[in-house]
Design a binder for this molecule. Structure first.
Ligand SMILES: Cc1ncc(COP(=O)(O)O)c(C=O)c1O
Length: 447
């Protein structure tokens, strides 16, 4: 029988009386039929208040690379809590963590910590502007760089307003934003190197930095085309711009050296979030000594009461040690499992007449649901995704999967974690088979 969620429903109704809209992050409202309330997790498994059991591929929006409640991490956090939860001062732990990052990421000559990647993005933009004396940041359509005014420009442009292919519009998905923020950005489509070069040439001498998600995880998990990272590096070197790699999702997931190791490029500044803290509110800016110059000189302000919080540092040190211990075996292990899951889901799609086309490098991937009549083949950029992905049909399948105990991110992203094993993938596919059958027999395209 499909799961039901009466206790989550009741808690959500209660929450709405004291928490605005009942949730603490807008995206959580997307969870259908109701935002879920969880009691506990273990590795890749999760239980909700209705005692439903899930194989989790949402994994704290990708932060839980080490799974839910790893015992080792729980121990170091508990031990640290007994010594002190917050000092707003120095501790040896912060050096332990920054030295590990230095060891893992070749471009990480220096590091600064914050509590969220949104903050780190703002620090990186500020540093780049101070570094170059220029105001523009070049960014790509559909890329997400946190929820602040500056992070969301051009993230979810509606098709009727996104402008022509050569000059993508600078739109913001939120009201209440300072309008001048939009003027600080230049928009480019992802994965079109000639277009990128033309836009960079048009604004030559005015751009402080190029920022990107190395894999466009927040829109369809789109890998960079061959040559794109080299082109960004070359343009940055040519024009004195900083190359900012937003590795909030890819950091440590794609290996110890992150996506810049996996795709072989060297960034000036790197944004690290999610897996660096293993589920604690922790994030870091890493980069070259040259890129950090204006913080070193004291001309750029970087601050935060909770920066380098010892609980997060203890969790981070433990987390990074897991990656270091895996050595060359990471990310091959999670990649193999993810690819198996992608193949299994594709096969279920074929067997049930469901046009699901999982896309991505396996250790993370997106469930593309093709619209009726859409052409086949990998999705290349944000516009292509909006044109070909059937979001309502995916949402229907996602709900069927959830009701059978398989949980992916609401918008279609699936992450694999280190404690996932073959048996979890087998069970997920067994459950997914039931979900696909139910989806296929109940889905009705909107009229
Ligand atoms: C690529 C990217 N950058 C920045 C952020 C913002 O991170 P946080 O939610 O920790 O502020 C996210 C969050 O999902 C992200 O995916």
């Amino acid at each position: 029988m499909p799961y039901t969620f009466p206790k989550s429903q009741a808690l959500f109704e209660r929450a709405a009386r004291s928490i605005a809209s009942g949730v603490n992050s807008g995206i959580r409202k997307m969870e259908a039929p109701v935002p879920l309330y969880f009691t506990h997790g273990r590795g890749p498994e999760l239980w909700d208040v209705d005692n439903n059991h899930y194989l989790d591929f949402q994994l704290g929006q990708g932060a839980l690379l080490y799974g839910h409640a790893p015992a080792g991490m729980a121990d170091v956090i508990a031990a640290q809590a007994r010594l002190g939860t917050h000092w707003a001062a120095q501790s040896e732990l912060e050096i332990d963590v920054s030295e590990r990052i230095q060891k893992m990421i070749p471009s990480a000559e220096l590091v600064r910590f914050n509590s969220s990647a949104t903050e780190v993005v703002l620090a990186a933009f500020r540093l780049a502007r101070a570094h170059t004396g220029r105001k523009l940041i070049l960014r790509f359509e559909g890329h997400y760089h946190g929820w602040a005014d500056e992070g969301l420009v051009g993230f979810a442009n509606p098709a009727d307003k996104w402008g022509d292919d050569e000059t993508p519009a600078r739109l913001h998905p939120s009201k209440g934003v300072i309008p001048e923020v939009l003027d600080q950005f230049v928009m480019v489509r992802w994965n079109d190197i000639d277009h990128l070069r033309r836009v960079a040439d048009r604004h030559r001498g005015q751009i402080a930095a190029i920022v990107f998600e190395p894999v466009l995880c927040n829109t369809c998990c789109i890998e960079p085309v061959p040559g794109l990272m080299a082109a960004i590096r070359e343009l940055c070197d040519r024009d004195g711009m900083l190359m900012i790699s937003d590795e909030t999702i890819t950091g440590f997931r794609f290996g110890a050296a992150c996506a810049q190791g996996y795709y072989n490029y060297r960034a000036d500044l790197t944004i690290l979030g999610k897996a660096i803290g293993g589920g604690t509110p922790f994030a870091a800016l890493a980069g070259t000594r040259a890129a950090f110059a204006k913080i070193l000189s004291g001309e750029v302000v970087h601050a935060g009461t909770l920066n380098a919080n010892p609980l997060c540092l203890a969790a981070s040190k433990w987390s990074l040690d897991q990656i270091l211990a895996l050595g060359q075996n990471h990310p091959a292990g999670i990649q193999r499992l993810g690819r198996r899951l992608m193949e299994g889901l594709t096969a279920l799609g074929q067997a049930n007449g469901v046009p699901l086309r999982p896309q991505g490098p396996g250790l993370i991937f997106h469930a593309v649901m093709l619209k009726p009549g859409a052409t086949e083949g990998p999705i290349r950029d944000y516009r292509d995704y909006v044109r070909r992905h059937d979001a309502p049909r995916w949402a229907h399948l996602r709900r069927c999967l959830l009701e059978e105990g398989v949980r992916a991110i609401e918008r279609g992203l699936w992450s694999i974690c280190l404690p996932h094993e073959e048996r979890h993938i087998d069970l997920a596919l067994e459950r997914a088979a039931i979900a696909f059958r139910r989806h296929a027999s109940t889905w009705q395209a909107p009229a």
